[in-house]
Design a protein around this ligand. Structure first.
Ligand code: S3P
Length: 170
């Protein structure tokens, strides 16, 4: 069966939903950030610091190209994967779901996290909000969206499975 790609902003729930979804479908769970870290032998924060954001985005492109034809996997992507138009093109050719959440809820989840290099600024709230707004249109351009606010991972994964079955029939 075709893999399922989860997209959405940092803290939207891609990892927790991915775990639940993979368990329910008995699919493998792949996290593009984690795969990049293993392959590079470096944490994402170190790649940003030493090689720069653009080098990280190149690695995301390479990772997605490797996974585009994968099967029986749930692929949780980094929030910024949609910044490269070639990634959007690939993701739109696969079964991708945008996990959509309210910014204030997102910020509550990400504010204490020091592993996300883009948020290590003097004003993480404004930084995150600007990033969120600047990416909104691109996320919205995807066909399938699921709102994650006030739902648990199991409920969200059930909704994804319904959409997935519907998509498979078309
Ligand atoms: C990023 C999101 C992160 C990670 C990197 C950059 C982004 O992944 O890829 O810190 O640009 O939004 P998560 O969405 O899993 O936090």
């Amino acid at each position: 069966m075709k893999s399922i790609f989860l997209i959405g902003f940092m803290g939207a729930g891609k990892t927790t939903v991915g775990k639940s979804l993979a368990e329910k479908l008995r699919f493998e769970l792949i996290d593009t950030d984690h795969s990049i870290e293993i392959e590079q032998g470096k944490a994402i924060s170190e790649i940003f610091e030493v090689d720069g954001e653009s080098a990280f985005r190149d690695l995301e492109v390479q990772q997605l190209k490797k996974l585009r034809n994968s099967e029986n996997s749930v692929i949780s992507t980094g929030g910024g994967i949609i910044l490269r138009s070639e990634n959007c093109k690939i993701l739109k050719e696969t079964f991708s779901i945008y996990l959509k959440a309210d910014f204030e809820n997102i910020f509550k989840r990400i504010k204490e996290d020091k592993t996300r290099p883009l948020l290590l600024t003097d004003d993480p709230y404004s930084t995150a909000k600007n990033l969120f707004q600047s990416r909104q249109d691109t996320y919205e351009s995807f066909k399938y969206h699921i709102t994650t606010d006030f739902k648990n991972p199991s409920e969200i994964s059930d909704e994804i499975i319904s959409l997935y079955n519907l998509h498979a029939q078309n």
